[in-house]
Design a protein around this ligand. Structure first.
Ligand code: FUB
Length: 448
């Protein structure tokens, strides 16, 4: 029966798999949090938590509610594929099937097998109270994953993170439960191989959780969210080996301006660039337990410390000019006469619109690839009750106007097209400017 059910789940996952767009947030078809990004082969895989909204009888209303995990992948950091559900509370042998406590996970590859670590509430009190941490194993990053029959013995807590030291191939498990703990893993990756070590050099006041370890140039970076003030910010400490001792080094990302209480992250290097994956509450401004994952570039200072990451909406990756360019995920925006809001507040996953309301109001969207063949026209999906004119410029706000788009007078979203007067190739920064100040709402812009 269990086998039949697993097959059904796999079939449902494949059916539900789909492509989602780039920019921040990365995942656009569901809530997502606690992103564990990994480079496997020539792709980046992200293993996030999957927030859903609790309703009476399903989870605890007003709190985190998570029943399963999805995995996403991208080869260009722009187009992300949702591979569907990989592990669920109802199909894991040891988890309480109605606890909705499948919190922040992680995944790692060893000898061609993929080990997915996840915290959840056990159904059997012999595994201890609170959270235990289990493992599911697959032959491919996107699954199918087979959960182990029992959680890892000797581990109680949340937010597992696994690190394999390239120096000697030793795997370490980190997790949180008030403090941050670490232990060696056996070669089978599912049992501890040492005593549990408390990483005591970290801040003693204010919650810390979500450990994420990585190594660069022989320095071991233990990174973690910590409540130094009122909400979590991402901090780090540096050491000479995976068990420390560690020296507190500062903040990677400040507290969210949105007030999202949690943050949770991972750091990877992909094609010579480092990236920080983290979360905020983009699709749920009023409830910070329904979060969305994001990514921005990260860099190091000459002394090996981390340069603070300022969160952006534009995020990472290059946007093809021929795709729908969501200009509301801007790189920069004029101080006045322009604003961003949800297209439909009753269905926020429809995304955002940019409202132009003043002559000269502008928005900048960086790194658009016009390709090698000149494109002929630009399409703007817009609505304007008075009609208006938008200029499309490249390079800078004073850069050449490559098209002027007359937005027709209408009460409904409409496609407006104009010819390109100055052909473009290669990667350009895009500027959309209101020529006449008439109110115009824009959903997206694309070239063809
Ligand atoms: O997603 C639930 C919990 O919120 C995670 O386990 C923590 O790290 C925090 O992000």
């Amino acid at each position: 029966m269990r086998k039949y059910f697993s097959l059904l789940c796999i079939a449902a996952s494949v059916f539900m798999a789909g492509n989602v767009n780039a920019q921040n947030p990365i995942v656009r078809n569901q809530y997502s949090a606690d992103p564990s990004a990994r480079v496997f082969g020539d792709k980046v895989y992200v293993f996030p938590s999957h927030d859903i909204l609790a309703t009476p009888g399903k989870g605890r209303v007003g709190w985190f509610c998570m029943e399963d995990y999805h995995v996403f992948s991208s080869s260009d950091l722009t187009d992300w594929t949702d591979h569907g559900m990989i592990v669920s509370q109802t199909t894991t042998p040891w988890t309480k099937p109605d606890a909705y406590n499948m919190w922040a996970p992680d995944c790692i590859e060893k000898n061609g097998k993929y080990y997915f670590y996840f915290p959840a509430s056990p159904k059997d009190s012999s595994y201890g109270r609170g959270f235990a941490i289990g493992v599911a194993i697959a032959d491919k990053p996107e699954g199918p994953y087979t959960p182990q029959p029992t959680p890892i013995k000797g581990v109680h807590g949340i937010d597992p993170n696994v690190f394999i030291d390239k120096k000697d191939g030793q795997a370490y498990l980190y997790w949180a439960q008030g403090n941050i703990y670490a232990a060696r893993l056996k070669p089978n990756m599912v049992e501890l191989d040492s005593d549990v070590k408390t990483l005591a050099e970290l801040p003693t006041k204010g919650l810390k959780e979500g450990p994420y370890m990585f190594e660069r140039n022989g320095i071991y970076y233990l990174t973690y969210p910590h409540v130094e003030n009122k909400t979590e910010r991402l901090e780090y400490a540096m050491g000479n080996n995976p068990f420390g001792p560690f020296k507190i080094a500062g903040a990677i990302m400040d507290e969210s301006a949105s007030g999202c209480w949690t943050n949770h992250h991972s750091i990877i290097q992909f094609k010579n660039q480092w990236y920080l994956f983290y979360h905020d509450k983009d699709y749920s401004p009023n409830f910070d337990k329904a979060r969305s994952i994001r990514a921005d570039s990260l860099s190091f200072n000459p002394d090996s410390t981390i340069s603070k990451v300022i969160p952006t909406l534009r995020g990472i990756g290059i946007t093809a000019a021929t795709k729908e360019i969501q200009i509301d995920r801007y790189s920069k925006i004029a101080d006045k006469g322009i604003s961003i809001s949800f297209i439909d507040t009753t269905n926020k996953f429809l995304g955002w619109k940019t409202s132009f309301a003043q002559q000269g109001a502008w928005i900048q969207y960086n790194t658009v690839d016009f390709g090698i063949k000149p494109l002929k026209s630009v399409i703007v999906k817009a609505v304007s009750t008075e009609g208006g004119i938008l200029q499309i410029r490249v390079n800078s706000i004073d850069g050449p106007v490559i098209a002027e788009v007359k937005i027709s007078k209408t009460n409904d979203w409409k496609i407006n097209t104009a010819g390109i007067t100055k052909q473009q190739t290669g990667i350009k920064h895009l500027f959309i400017v209101s020529k006449d100040g008439k109110p115009v709402d824009v959903d997206w812009v694309k070239f063809q």
